[in-house]
Design a protein around this ligand. Sequence first.
Ligand code: FAD
Length: 489
Amino acid sequence: TDSYPGLTRDSRFSQLTPEHVAYFKQLLGQDSAVIDGINADAAADIEPFNEDWMHKYKGQCRLVLKPGSTEEVSKILRYCNEKMLAVVPQGGNTGLVGGSIPVFDEIVISMGRMNTIHSFDEMSGSLVLDAGCILEVADQHVAERGYIFPLDLGAKGSCHVGGNVSTNAGGLRLLRYGSLHGSVLGMEAVLPDGTVMNDMCTLRKNNTGYDLKQLFIGAEGTLGIITKLVVQCAQRSPAVNVALFGIVSYEKAQRAFREAKLQLSEILSAFELMDGTSQRLVHQVRGGTKPLENDYPFYCLIETSGSNSEHDYEKLEKFLEDVMSNEVIADGVVAQDATQIKTLWSWREGITECIGHWGGTYKYDVSIPLSDMYLIVNDVKARLSEAGLLGETDDHPVVDVLGYGHMGDSNLHLNIAVRRYDKEVEKVLEPYVYEWIEKRQGSISAEHGLGLAKKNYIGYSRNETMIGLMKQIKALYDPNGIMNPYKYI
Ligand code: FAD
């Protein structure tokens, strides 16, 4: 209760007993599939499941279950539903809104053992795999067969595809491959009463009734547990080019985006924005040679993916010449080989990790119409400065305010790097940030989800009628409310 003022444990949920644990041990068989903190002191083993990636959310879970099959998931949930035991599904635990961490003593159901890749159809590109597969492993599997997983993000080495689908992750190439609502073709999920919903369709078209799997995409584990997926993968482009630009104003960054869409059109696969502060902080933490000699207020990373390297390179060169001569960009560099491509991407992908270096980060993942998108960073910075909370010395909680994100999708990550989490900072930020976004008809949750972080703010982006319908759906699928309680809505 101390960790989350205002939240109290729901007394409808049972307290875990040794009898419950005995049932799970008998069900899952092997010792390593149950981490038991009820009968023994397992605090150290449970800790990683009780804390999120940002070290911001802490749970009090004392039991972690690691099912190895859909049948086991089904039996676990049926038992929990009968006994009124609350659960939290957990994938790679890289989520950024506190969704994968128990709030009180909910049981963590960790999906890491369900990590089999079942099949891949080289003709259609459909991949059938378990929800606990790590994203990078899935991508590697299809890469060897000439395809690409339609999602990529900085946490790819540890996040699970089930977690990705449950958060409806967007990532670095949504611009090119679209949202998971389009590329997830089929799904198997277990409902809280143990029912297995088998919709493992491998077809692209299937308009036979309500598309129920869509509800689970972005449901953040509140309706059931996703156990298997069918994902439409795209042909991997043999020719990939990456360029990074220095830009003197946000207005020019918008022009660069417009030109990139016009001139690179079908080969444009990513357009990412990074402000000068984000790059300064990455450099401060990691060191290394900066990609451009001078510092700029904005940087853009462009990736093209096509089938003919000469043709693509020519297009990119012409685009570069054009935006340089028109002074849309001030400087730029094009990667010459795979290693340089990786290095340029690391200046973008490394931000999330580096900015936590000073102690923590307040993260707002928002969609805002492009013309206004960056304004929020300046406004928030001014507010924190005026409140005397931002400064270079330790007595200031805030290190700096920065913005970066998926410009191609009007998706900004507004981040406040802090030395410590601090109530005064929170008061300046909330509800200010949400009101700011509501005024511009933006979304308070672009791609990271609601989790615990945004649960109370959903009304800034969804109206009463829609929230009412969502609650009805939740009540229909999970009448006892055992699935990931205290979060989402
Ligand atoms: P978890 O964190 O374990 O869980 C996330 C939510 O899904 C929780 O609510 C959990 O209960 C639920 N869940 C997990 N597995 C299942 C399942 N099988 N069935 C039902 N519910 C389940 N996100 C983006 O969208 N775009 C980015 O570019 C991006 N970049 C990131 C970069 C870094 C460095 C980090 C740390 C995170 C980033 N994220 C990004 C956040 C993103 O949400 C997660 O990385 C990822 O999608 C979550 O997957 P996970 O397996 O770690 O899920």
